[in-house]
Write a protein that binds this ligand. Structure first.
Ligand SMILES: [Zn+2]
Length: 287
């Protein structure tokens, strides 16, 4: 075999992989300092299942993650994809999973990713009009992001509410990020929305990804970003979409994202969705 026939994939051990368990995941109540929390853990203590490579094998996994809407859906996701790796993400020194993964931490990542993706989609569509409800120019030099999470929907919100479904962020003020006022037009929404995405991704990825250098079989030195955990990998997928390293379009049938990064064709639906439609049609005709 000459070098041209060899795979151009990065050399195996440099790539991020993650463990799936053979057991189903369940929720258990645990008492910590008199408070009861729900923790997710593999039912039988976590028998080894298999290793997989989320970044290469499941480029659309983040789009599945942010749609999780119940503890049951989270448990099914974990059974298929493993822990989020919150212990590694939070840099506790205990073994990941020793105490399970708390529901509120899963929920906070789900909500945050939902908000970031809604804003990122609008930014990538340059939809200034729709972004206007999220970006508030309180004073000439105070710009704030505000939204409310309402089930699957994320709506702009001008009020400052004290509840878990409200998300706000100061994007620029006289003391913080004031250089933006030289670039933004007064009252504009697109520039501040981009800054919101940047700030949210910076926070989500801070100390979570290490650059690695891989040498491909042709001897070319290439960049590879190595996440610390599954949740860091999911945020890395969002980051790659934001900088245009990956491209997605929404499936005409299920409206979920399809990775079209390598695709020069005009594929409009997932293969699985098109198969499902064909099966339904077949059953209608023959059933
Ligand atoms: Zn689809």
């Amino acid at each position: 075999m000459n070098s041209r026939e060899k795979s151009e994939e990065p050399i195996e051990e440099t790539r991020f992989d993650w463990v799936r368990f053979a057991d189903p995941f369940i929720w258990r109540d645990k008492s910590i300092n008199g408070l009861t929390w729900q923790f997710l853990e593999p039912e039988e203590g976590g028998k080894y299942g298999s290793n997989y490579r989320p970044l290469e094998e499941k480029p659309e996994l983040f789009d599945e993650f942010w749609r999780l809407d119940s503890p049951e859906a989270i448990a099914r996701f974990a059974a298929e994809n493993g822990w989020l790796g919150l212990a590694a993400y939070n840099q506790f020194d205990n073994f990941p999973g020793e105490f399970g993964e708390p529901l509120h931490q899963w929920m906070s990542h789900i909500k945050e990713m939902k908000v970031v993706l809604v804003i990122l989609d609008l930014v990538q569509a340059s939809d200034s009009e729709a972004l206007r409800e999220f970006i508030h120019w309180d004073q000439p030099e105070l710009v704030r992001f505000g939204c409310r999470i309402d089930g699957e929907r994320v709506r702009g919100c001008d009020k400052q509410l004290r509840n878990a479904n409200f998300r706000q962020e100061v994007l620029a003020s006289r003391d913080f990020g004031s250089q933006n006022f030289k670039v933004w037009q007064k009252g504009e929404s697109l520039g501040p929305a981009k800054r919101f995405v940047a700030m949210a991704l910076d926070k989500a990825l801070h100390k979570q990804v290490s650059p690695r250098l891989v040498v491909d079989p042709k001897g070319t030195m290439k960049a590879y970003y190595y996440p610390s955990s599954l949740i860091a990998a999911l945020w890395l997928q969002v980051y790659k979409q934001a900088i245009g390293e990956t491209r997605f379009r929404k499936c005409d049938i299920c409206s979920r994202r399809m990775d079209t990064t390598e695709n020069r064709t005009n594929k409009k639906v997932h293969n699985s969705c098109s198969l499902r439609m064909r099966m339904q049609r077949y059953r209608r005709v023959n059933g």
